[in-house]
Structures are given as C-alpha cells and as structure tokens.
Write a protein that binds this ligand. Structure first.
Ligand code: ADP
Ligand code: MG
Length: 325
C-alpha cells in the first residue's frame, strides 16, 4: 500500500491526453463528447467482481484487459466501433503496484482499439469492484440487434467455445489438464479477445448478433426469443480448440463446457442464406475463425443434434447471478 489520495490515483493511473471526438476528458464534472452526424451512440456497462468474474489470483494487468474486453465484446456484437470508456473503481485500498498493472493492461487494449478513457469514479469499499461503461459509434440504422433473425438464416460463431469455462473447471480441480493445455486455456479466461473487427464487418451481412458471455445455449436463446424464432444446432459443428479436445476426452458430456460455460466473448450471429458465400469468403480472406453451427427455424425453441441424428438434451441455461442453487 502507498499513501496517496483519490485524486493522485486518478492523475497517476487514469489520466490520458485527449482522443478522437473528446472535447473534454478526465478532470471536470463531465466529459464532453462529439457524436458525428449520421452516427448512433452504442452504450454498454459491465461490472467485474473479484472472485466472481475473475479468480482472486488473476494478474492485475489481466483484470485491466478483461474489464475493457468484455465491454468491447458488447460493442462488437452491435457492430459498433469503440470510441470512449468510463471506469468506476471500488477498491479496499490503494495498492500502487496493482493499480499500475491494471492501468497498463487496460490502456494496452484501449490503444489497440482507439478507446479513450474520458471519466469515472473512484471509491473505497470492502470488495474490489470494477464497472466499465463503453461507448461506441455505429451508422444510424446499421446496428446488429438481437431481433433480426429470420427462418432459414444460418447460425455462425467466431473462434472456439468453452475454453474459458474449462480453465475455471481446471482451477477448481474438477478436471485435470496437462501442459501446455492448462496454460493456454487459462489465457483464454484471463485475456478474451473482443471480436471488434468482425462485428463491424458484419453490419451489412448479419441479420442478428449477440456476444457469448453466459454460454452459447443461453445467449443464442436470447437471440431466438428476441427474434420470435427457433433453431436447430449441429453439435459436431460447434468449434472446439485442440486444447479443449485434449482435456475433455474423459467427460461424460464433452460438449457441456462449450455449450453452457461462460466467458467466451465470441460472437454468435445469423446470416441470410444468400449471403453465405460472401460471409465465408470475407472471414477466410482475413483468417478469422468461423463456424456454421445450425439454422433458424419457425418453431420456437432450440433443438440440438449429435452427428448421428440423436437428440441432445440442451435444457441448461447459462450463468444467472440470481438463480436458486
Ligand atoms: P465528481 O466529484 O464531480 O464526481 P470526481 O472527484 O469523482 O468528480 O472525479 C474527478 C474527475 O476524475 C472526473 O472527471 C471523473 O470523471 C474522473 N475520474 C474519477 N475516477 C476515475 C477513474 N477511475 N478513471 C477515470 N477517470 C476518473
Ligand atoms: Mg464522482
């Protein structure tokens, strides 16, 4: 711990020179931001609680990265380009080395995506709590919403699923994993990569999109309900990393972490069948991993199938903070 005031802390770790569209940043009662003509502001907020959203042993820099990454993932899911962030920090005390690490992690990702930190709030409290609001820009009417999926659309996901959920299971001692698998999986938990470029590219291709934070099944269900449609999923097409496959061979249900785990921060989206070729070509050209996992149907509900046509019971919902045990 080092002595210092709230204001020293803000000055030292969270003050940055002006950025794009920032008429006034950190330091006054409000920030002043310029929204270009023809654009809509996309806004999202997430809270990370120590021990709930990241394990206690998570490095400070990783917490800084993750706090911003989960927000950028929401912007990606709307097809918005990241612009600004505000940060509310509740800390048990001032720990300079932790704050330095957090700040370095946070700003490394912020620089990468052109995000300017324009304000926040700093308070003392018993539990470390990090709340981040992100602001992005999207041309009017072009945002990717959850309610646009139509019967016959194809369902896609980016990246691979279940890696972060497996890392948590390894940490809790529920499954065992050798190296280098455990290290790779843990990195997916600590440093999710928001699919920002993919989201922006999907503006003119996808009919609906959501980011997967609570598990594929739970999040896809949100999209289906919002669109008043149903879907069929082919389990065989759900993308699993080589590390995932190496650690799940002995499980009764090796699909479960990929379907019902959380913290993936991949995009799940739907595309009209006639845009399939254009979409797949675009992702291939840019080396963006992409998997077609199913299709939208008229009948509400989600139906999952094994490769041999058997039905998989996929009734589990994703993580819910207020679910009864
Ligand atoms: P006020 O008293 O008006 O709420 P504060 O004293 O809380 O203002 O904050 C002073 C300035 O520092 C404000 O511009 C606020 O947005 C900014 N700020 C406070 N905490 C943070 C933080 N953790 N990160 C970035 N900016 C912050
Ligand atoms: Mg304040």
């Amino acid at each position: 711990m080092a002595a210092g005031s709230e204001f020293d802390l803000i000055r030292e770790f969270f003050t940055t020179p002006g950025g794009k569209g920032v008429a006034l940043g950190v330091g006054d009662d409000c920030a002043l931001l310029e929204i270009p003509a023809g654009m809509e502001l996309a806004v999202s907020m997430d809270t990370l609680l120590e021990g709930v959203h990241f394990p206690d042993d998570t490095a400070a820099a990783d917490v800084g990265v993750k706090a911003l990454a989960v927000g950028l993932s929401d912007l990606a899911a709307m097809g918005a380009e990241p612009a600004w962030a505000t940060l509310a920090l509740t800390l048990p005390g001032i720990d300079d080395s932790w704050l330095r690490g957090f700040s370095e992690g946070f700003f490394s990702l912020a620089r990468q995506y052109g995000v300017t930190l324009v304000g926040g709030d700093t308070t003392r409290g018993p539990l470390m709590t990090i709340t981040l609001q992100v602001h992005g820009l999207v041309p009017k009417g072009q945002a990717l919403r959850r309610d646009g999926a139509r019967c016959g659309d194809l369902i896609y996901v980016t990246g691979s699923l279940g890696d972060a959920a497996l890392a948590l299971q390894i940490l809790r001692g529920e499954i065992s994993a050798g190296q280098p698998h455990a290290t790779w999986l843990r990195r997916q938990l600590d440093r999710p990569v928001p699919r920002v470029m993919q989201g922006i590219a999907l503006r003119r291709l996808a009919s609906a999109a959501i980011d997967i934070s609570d598990g594929l099944l739970a999040d896809l269900r949100h999209l289906l309900r919002a669109s008043s449609v149903g879907a069929r999923l082919e389990l065989d097409f759900v993308p699993l990393s080589e590390h995932y496959l190496a650690c799940t061979g002995a499980l009764d249900d090796r699909y479960r972490p990929a379907l019902s785990g959380g913290d993936d921060y991949e995009l799940c989206f739907t595309v009209p069948a006639q845009k399939k070729g254009e979409l797949e070509q675009l992702f291939a050209q840019r080396n963006w991993p992409l998997s077609a996992i199913g299709s939208i149907e008229q009948v509400p509900g989600l139906r999952c199938f094994y490769p041999d046509g058997r039905h998989y019971h996929c009734d589990s919902e994703g993580f819910d903070h207020f679910a009864s045990p």
